[in-house]
Design a protein. Structure first.
Length: 74
């Protein structure tokens, strides 16, 4: 059964990596995937530094993509 409104969808970022929205820079997509891996691994140092790297190049679409990936279900 899936999550209902207002409920967590599942473990963070465990779903397969989608291609992402059209127009997302491949380096931004890679940084998003690195953030997801750091979250999975509990790598606090990377979790502190990678979002700053993303912010330097990200736009709203990239940030929404990160959010989508963090909440992706299996």
């Amino acid at each position: 059964m899936g999550a209902g409104p207002g409920e967590a969808a599942g473990p963070a970022g465990l779903g397969p990596a989608p291609a992402g929205p059209d127009g997302i820079d491949p380096s931004v997509r890679e940084t998003v995937e690195q953030i997801l891996q750091a979250v999975r691994d509990g790598n606090d140092a990377a979790i502190r530094t990678l979002p700053a790297d993303l912010a330097a190049a990200a736009d709203t679409v990239a940030l929404l993509y990160l959010r989508e990936r963090l909440y992706a279900t299996q």
